[in-house]
Design a protein around this ligand. Structure first.
Ligand code: SF4
Ligand code: SF4
Length: 207
């Protein structure tokens, strides 16, 4: 037998051995699978069971994540007082807020804090976020939180900018106009009161 024939025969032997080992491994897992207890990801014993379920029906089933894990941010905008603290502390400037002072009573947040500012814009660019969690720590009303959601997917990077305020530009303009009108009225009233006081003072001095 020549050298070429010898190499050819060895290659075939290696392939057959590899195939046989692979089949044996699959067979052993199939047999052991029948003996395993089915502890799904919601089971308390999931991480303790070495021989537990190894295949998840994702996305219907997901591995549990730690409660203090840092994943996608969420803002409960009704509880936000638009104080801007989260945007100021963010090390990568991924929170973009535009506020407008309110002229009317805006009510209170669920923890009783008075709301005085509208959020004309509240965007978080999750593409830039480094999940440090600082914004959630400084928030006085605890309305910006990290959720357990980690697997949102998008085809366009722009979709990673999450909007939490849905105020239209027309609504924002309306609120700005109402604020300008209110401030002009207050200024006029202040000037009128000052003028009246000066006139009263002058009248008293003339008498
Ligand atoms: S987690 Fe950190 S990086 Fe992300 S928005 Fe909050 S402060 Fe910014
Ligand atoms: S720190 Fe909290 S209350 Fe203040 S703007 Fe951010 S999310 Fe809103």
């Amino acid at each position: 037998m020549g050298n070429a024939d010898h190499i050819k025969r060895n290659n075939w032997l290696q392939r057959l051995t590899g195939l046989w080992r692979g089949m044996l491994l699959t067979l052993s897992y199939t047999i052991r699978r029948g003996k395993r207890k089915n502890a799904g990801p919601k089971s308390d014993q999931y991480f303790e069971q070495v021989q537990g379920t190894v295949t998840l029906q994702y996305p219907h089933e997901k591995l549990p994540v730690p409660e203090n894990g840092r994943y996608q941010l969420h803002v409960e905008i009704d509880d936000c007082i638009v104080c801007d603290l989260c945007a100021k502390i963010c090390p990568v400037d991924c929170i973009d807020i535009i506020s407008i002072k309110s002229v009317e009573d805006m009510g209170k947040t669920s923890d009783g804090t008075t709301k005085r500012l509208h959020a004309a814009k509240f965007d978080i660019d999750m593409g830039k976020c480094m999940f440090c969690g600082l914004c959630t720590i400084v928030c006085p009303t605890e309305c910006i939180i990290m959720t357990d959601e980690y697997d949102r997917s998008f085809s366009d990077p722009k979709e990673l900018i999450y909007p939490f305020s849905f105020m239209t530009e027309a609504e924002a303009e309306e609120k700005r106009a109402a604020l300008a009108k209110s401030e002009a009225e207050k200024k006029a009233a202040k000037e009128a009161a000052l003028k009246a006081a000066q006139e009263a003072k002058k009248k008293a001095e003339d008498q």
